[in-house]
Design a protein around this ligand. Structure first.
Ligand code: GTP
Ligand code: MG
Length: 323
C-alpha cells in the first residue's frame, strides 16, 4: 500500500487504522459503512447475505483516517445447501478481514432475533470468530430506531458483557446516524498513531467496475425472490473508460452479464416480454449514472452458468477470486 500524503502535513498525534465491521447477515453492516462514508460503496438490501466480499470504505477526520472493512455476514451453512463454495468464499473473506485489522466492530441488532436474546448457533459462530481473531473489539448495537424503550437494551448488553470480549458497547442506528459520533470517537481512541494510508478524496478502494457490477446485482436482489438472488453473479464485459467517453456528450457504453444457475432462473430474470430485465436495467442504470455523474448506455444480458456457485472454478469464472 502506498502512503500518499507526507506525515509532515498531519497534526501531531494523528491516528489511523483498519476496522472490520463484522456480524451475522442482515444486521446492518453495509448500511453503517455507507452512512459513515456518505456514499453507497457497499450495496445494502433487506436480504441476508447481500455482501459477498470485503469492501473498504475510508472515513477522514481532522485527527484520524479510519479504513473500515465491511464483511460478508458470518453464517451457518451445510453441504446440503445449494451454494457451498460461495458460502465458503464469503466466510473466508470475513475471516481474512478479522485477521488483518486493528479493531473489530461487532454488530448485533437491538431487538435480538425475533425478540430472543439467547444466543443461537449462529451468534456463537460469530463470537467464536471474534474470540479467535484476538483483536480489540467493540460491540455496536444497531437498529435502535426500532426500539420503543431504550431500557430493553439492558438484557442484551448484559448477555454480551458476560462474554468478556468487548471493551465497549455502543447503541446506534446505522440508517439515521444516531450514536455514530460516539462510535467514531471510540474507534479513534482505539487505533494507533499512524499515517494517512489513502488520499483524502478516496472513499473506497473498489474499482469502479466492481461497484457498477454490484449496483446491477442490487437490482436483482431487490426485484427477485427465493433462490434467484443467491444464484446470481454479475460480470462487466465492457466498460468504456472515462477518458474514452471523452466529452460526455454521449453516454458511456457499459455491457454486463448476469449469470444465473438454471434456465428457469433466466426466465424469471428476463420476465414476461423482457419486463423484469428492463426494470433491473433501468434501476441499475440510474444508480450508475449517479455514481459516474454522466449518462450511461447499459446493455444487460442473462446467461446460464450451471452450478457456478458450487465450485471454486465456477466462482472464479464469474469474478470471485481468492484473496
Ligand atoms: N430500522 C433500521 N434498519 C436498518 C438499520 N441499519 C440497517 N437496516 C436495514 O437492515 C437491512 C440489512 O442491511 P445491510 O446493511 O444490508 O445488512 P448487512 O449486515 O450488511 O447484511 P449482509 O451483507 O447480508 O451480511 C436493510 O434492509 C437495512 O435497511 C438501522 O439502523 N435501522
Ligand atoms: Mg452487507
Amino acid at each position: 500500500m502506498t502512503q500518499l500524503s507526507g506525515a509532515e502535513s498531519l497534526p501531531p498525534g494523528f491516528r489511523s487504522g483498519f476496522v472490520a465491521i463484522a456480524g451475522r447477515p442482515n444486521v446492518g453492516k453495509s448500511t453503517l459503512l455507507n452512512t459513515l462514508v456518505g456514499e453507497e460503496v457497499a450495496i445494502a438490501t433487506r436480504r441476508p447475505q447481500t455482501t459477498r466480499r470485503r469492501i473498504r470504505g475510508i472515513v477522514n477526520r481532522n485527527t484520524s483516517q479510519i479504513v473500515f472493512v465491511d464483511t460478508p455476514g458470518i453464517h451457518l451453512w451445510t453441504q446440503a445447501k445449494a451454494e457451498p463454495s460461495l458460502n465458503k468464499y464469503m466466510l473466508a473473506e470475513a475471516q481474512t478481514a478479522l485477521s488483518e485489522v486493528d479493531l473489530i466492530v461487532l454488530m448485533v441488532e437491538a431487538q435480538g432475533r425475533g425478540g430472543s436474546l439467547e444466543p443461537d448457533d449462529e451468534d456463537l459462530l460469530v463470537l467464536e470468530a471474534v474470540r479467535q481473531s484476538n483483536r480489540d473489539c467493540l460491540l455496536c448495537i444497531n437498529k435502535i430506531d426500532l426500539l420503543k424503550q431504550k431500557k430493553k437494551l439492558l438484557p442484551l448488553m448484559e448477555a454480551y458483557q458476560r462474554t468478556g470480549l468487548f471493551g465497549e458497547m455502543i447503541p446506534i442506528s446505522a440508517s439515521n446516524g444516531d450514536g455514530l459520533d460516539q462510535l467514531l470517537a471510540s474507534i479513534e481512541s482505539r487505533i494507533p498513531e499512524g499515517p494517512r494510508y489513502f488520499p483524502l478524496e478516496m472513499i473506497t478502494d473498489q474499482p469502479e467496475r466492481l461497484l457498477v457490477a454490484e449496483y446491477i446485482r442490487r437490482q436483482v436482489l431487490l426485484l427477485t425472490n427465493r433462490e434467484v438472488p443467491y444464484n446470481t453473479a454479475v460480470e462487466i464485459i465492457a466498460f468504456e473508460e472515462e477518458s474514452a467517453a471523452g466529452n460526455r456528450s454521449r453516454p458511456i457504453e457499459l455491457h454486463a452479464v448476469i449469470f444465473v444457475e438454471r434456465d428457469s432462473q433466466k426466465g424469471i430474470l428476463i420476465g414476461k416480454g423482457g419486463r423484469k430485465l428492463k426494470a433491473i436495467g433501468t434501476g441499475a442504470r440510474l444508480a450508475i449514472e449517479r455514481l459516474l455523474g454522466c449518462r450511461v448506455h447499459l446493455d444487460l444480458r442473462v446467461k446460464v452458468k450451471k452450478g457456478w456457485s458450487r465450485t471454486t472454478a465456477g466462482l472464479r469464472s464469474v469474478g470471485y477470486k481468492d484473496s
